[in-house]
Write a new protein. Structure first.
Length: 429
């Protein structure tokens, strides 16, 4: 028997070339379906199989997504099929092979996500048969195709479902769609001045919590705050604390290694649209958003367009950090509607610096005289430098309470006085 006759015999035995409603198939039928897919030699044969299943011309609609956003939508497909009362009669992989999946971490555990899977399905109520196909290219970008006369309707339904039910909503994640755990750090763990606390609470935390309310009162629904200061002053630690403070609000963290990649702005746009209202943290934005007079970055214009163009999104809060505010594009850093506030992190006053020293030395402690000396020594020092002093104290002494002599010895060992590579005094000069 020729391959064509064999294929037709299998199709007929499974009922794929008859118009009556198919029943749920067994595991043996699934194996036969895999055989059918294996018979095909090229795409035209696959189209014929799809045609026999849908009983309609193999017209389709595609939805292409970059890696990250595509994984989020693909992870929703099993739920989508179940929620819409769609029966999966069989699945197949590429070229008749085995379907391919990957595990994606969610807050509730691992999700089995299709990567190279073709679903042969039927809507239980309307009895409409269609094919839903997930394909992944070498770059990780995902294409979802629906083969049906109503393909556009099913794609629209999948879009709406993914937007409302994806596993990133209300979580903290990166541009690859991976969840991020910042531990138990809170704002109480970050030493801030009164003015810094006021700006962060008013323009970041409370704003994010009240986005819907403010939009109802006519607000634009977008706001930006740029945090600037020398390396080691606590900006990244503050971002982690803010993310934990925004419980239940989606937070996308775009580090310099991700935001500078080709196509990253398109991924960011898709993630915002799927998780908004949300906050977007862009770390070291000077790397990505350098002044055009200094060379700039081709993606910077895309970012500014994105910040201006999210008109139909429920709300977005932008928070950027930079070690070099002088090189950030002025149209990005100083234009209201993009970054509305700039918050500078300078040397801490004596009171706050004393609290910082005490926090860094825990669970050990300092005598009152040693605390006073350490506070004096660390004037114009960053949090990273204070932490180094605390670590040196632990290395040089196994005491639970350090005295003045311990602080002096640790200070000399650190070598801060001889040469200041980092710190506020260095940056000011």
């Amino acid at each position: 028997m020729g391959s064509k006759a064999k294929r037709m015999e299998i199709l007929e035995s499974m009922g794929l070339i008859r118009q009556e409603t198919p029943s749920r198939v067994t595991e043996s039928t699934t194996h036969e379906f895999t055989q059918i897919m294996a018979i095909q030699g090229h795409d035209r044969e696959e189209q014929r199989i799809i045609h026999h299943w849908t009983m309609s011309p193999p017209s389709n609609e595609d939805w292409e997504m970059e890696a990250g956003a595509g994984d989020v939508v693909a992870a929703c497909i099993p739920q989508f099929l179940e929620a819409n009362d769609i029966t999966v009669h069989s699945v197949a992989g590429p070229r008749g092979g085995m379907p391919k999946y990957r595990s994606v971490q969610s807050a509730d555990g691992l999700i089995r996500t299709p990567r190279e899977v073709t679903y042969f399905v039927e809507h239980s109520e309307s009895k409409e048969r269609f094919v839903l196909q997930v394909e992944t290219d070498r770059c990780g970008d995902i294409e979802i195709s629906v083969y049906s006369p109503n393909a556009s309707v099913w794609i629209a339904k999948l879009r709406a479902f993914a937007k409302a039910n994806n596993h990133l909503r209300g979580q903290t994640f990166d541009l690859l769609g991976k969840l991020i755990d910042h531990g138990n750090i809170t704002l109480d763990d970050v030493i801030l001045t009164e003015n810094q606390s006021q700006v962060i609470n008013r323009h970041i935390i409370e704003y994010a919590r009240r986005i819907n309310e403010l939009k109802g009162r006519g607000a634009r629904g977008q706001r930006g705050v740029l945090l600037e200061g020398v390396p080691g002053c606590g900006k990244s630690m503050l971002l982690r604390a803010i993310a934990n403070e925004l419980d239940g609000i989606s937070v996308c963290i775009a580090g310099p290694d991700q935001i500078c990649r080709h196509g990253s702005i398109e991924v960011l746009k898709e993630l915002i649209e799927m998780t908004a209202p949300c906050a977007v943290f862009i770390e070291e934005i000077d790397i990505f958003g350098a002044d055009r007079r200094r060379g700039g970055n081709p993606g910077m214009a895309e970012l500014m367009q994105l910040m201006d163009g999210l008109r139909n999104v429920p709300g977005v809060l932008w928070v950027g950090t930079t070690n070099r505010p002088e090189v950030v594009e002025t149209a990005l850093a100083d234009r209201p509607g993009r970054f509305d506030r700039r918050l500078k992190f300078g040397p801490l006053p004596d009171k706050e610096r004393s609290r910082l020293v005490e926090c860094m030395i825990l669970p050990q402690r300092l005598t009152p005289e040693a605390l006073e000396l350490a506070t004096s020594f660390t004037d114009e020092m960053t949090g990273a430098q204070v932490r180094d002093l605390a670590e040196t104290l632990r290395i040089l002494s196994d005491k639970e309470e350090f005295d003045v002599s311990d602080v002096r010895e640790a200070w000399e060992d650190c070598g801060f006085e001889a040469e200041r590579v980092f710190g506020f005094a260095r940056s000011a000069s």
